[in-house]
Every structure is written in C-alpha cells, then in structure tokens.
Design a protein around this ligand. Structure first.
Ligand code: ADP
Length: 219
C-alpha cells in the first residue's frame, strides 16, 4: 500500500528526516511516536505528499503503486484530493462555514455535484453521531465534535489512506477514546489504512505497529 525508501529532508544543513524506509500494508494502522523535534511531522508531510523530500535518485515514495515523486503539482493535488484524507491536531475547519459545508469542501474541489456532496456529507455526519450539529459553525462545537467533523471531511472522497498528526492532541480523554475507536471502526468497515503521529500512549498501544522516531531515524 505504502512503500517508502531512503527519504530524507534537510533543514539548515540538518537531516531532520534521515534515510527513512517504511512499508505499510493495506488496512494497517501504524503509529509514529517519538520526542518533540524528532521529525515526525516532517516525515508525515513527506509521505502524505504535502512536502517533498531531498532530491535523491534512490528515494521512493509509492502509494497504491503510484510513484508520488514523479507526479507534477497538478497530478499531485488531484491524487491528494481523491486518495488521501488528512486529520490534524487543530482540525483546521474553516470558521465561516458550517459543519456540513466544511465536510463537502473536498468533494466540491473534486468536482462532485453540490446536491450529491451534501447528501453524502449528511450521511457521513449522521454515521459519526453528528446529525444534530450539521448546521452549526465550528466555534459552536466542542473539540471532540470539531474533530469528528474533520474526520467526516477526511472521509468524503472515500480515501484509501488517512494521515493524522496528533489527532487527539487537543482533546479530553473521553473525546480521545471516541475518536480512537472511530479510527478502528473505519478500518473495520472501509479497510482504510492509517498512519498516525501521536503522543497518546493509549492510541499508540492500540495500533498494529508502533514506530519510534528519534533524530530523524527509526529507533
Ligand atoms: P516533531 O513532529 O517530531 O516534533 P518536526 O518534524 O516538527 O518534529 O520538526 C523536526 C525538526 O525540523 C525541528 O528541529 C524543527 O524545528 C525543524 N523544522 C521543521 N519544519 C521546518 C521548516 N519548515 N524549516 C526549518 N526547520 C524546520
């Protein structure tokens, strides 16, 4: 599903990500842990196509057999929009849009019709237990609700992979538990692959594989 070979990222002459290899199977849920500054977010951004690694002829990033490093910006944007879901620590919902509108944005970008997108988003929000808040704005929602709206937004285009960066970093323990269970439900029902950067021990202990990054290398 995901094949990464020999990727590095240098900032200010320092290899923040240092010759990393990674193999992830379809439907696997892996966690990346490690101290602050270890390079976790940088690595996640490289694998999830948000950022590019140092140029190196030996570097490979393949997702679903697609060679990411050979895609131009336009193809990469399309790939990201249709194949990948993102969940961040601070949900990044747009404050001037309702929950429902936030969820349909990736579908509209994809070119889906608005009525089709709205129907799908409503169903998704219902599935996530959010049918009563669809017309509320992010500021009117709890942290846990905001994060579940972000999950719905990540799911709207039926991604095969979800990348999450500290998804429960800003949540209380009850909302965190709910969110973590949701990830495993989604794997069960939709066979989605997850790569999650997290400091949360309960979450990392639940995952199929815990990888520890220290100074840009697997420890
Ligand atoms: P982690 O997620 O493990 O806390 P990060 O990947 O955020 O670590 O950061 C790793 C190191 O790379 C840090 O020293 C950070 O300051 C540096 N870094 C991250 N992004 C940039 C950037 N855009 N420019 C310069 N340095 C950066």
């Amino acid at each position: 599903m995901i094949l990464v070979k020999n990727i590095s990222k240098t900032y200010n002459n320092k290899k923040v990500v240092n010759k990393i290899d990674l193999n992830v199977k379809k439907g696997e849920i892996i966690s990346i842990t490690g101290p602050s500054g270890a390079g976790k977010t940088t690595l996640l951004n490289l694998i999830s196509t948000l950022d590019s690694p140092d140029k190196n002829n030996d570097s490979i990033i393949k997702i679903n057999d697609i060679d990411i490093l050979s895609l131009n910006d336009k193809k990469l944007s399309k790939f990201r929009n249709t194949q990948i879901g993102f969940i961040f620590q601070f949900h990044e919902l747009l404050p001037e849009f309702t929950a429902l509108e936030n969820v349909i944005i990736p579908a509209i970008i994809k070119g889906e019709k608005k009525d089709v997108s709205l129907k799908k988003a409503k169903t998704l929000l219902e599935t996530l237990g959010l049918s009563n808040i669809i017309n509320q704005f992010p500021s009117q929602l709890s942290g846990g609700e905001q994060q579940r709206v972000a999950v719905a937004r990540a799911l709207i285009n039926n991604p095969k992979i979800i990348f999450a960066d500290e998804p429960s970093g800003n949540l209380d323990s009850k909302s965190s538990d709910l969110l973590h269970k949701l990830f495993f439900d989604l794997r069960e029902k939709l066979n989605i692959t997850f790569i999650i950067v997290t400091h949360n021990k309960e979450l990392s202990n639940m995952t199929d594989r815990k990888l520890n990054l220290v100074d840009g290398k697997w420890a």
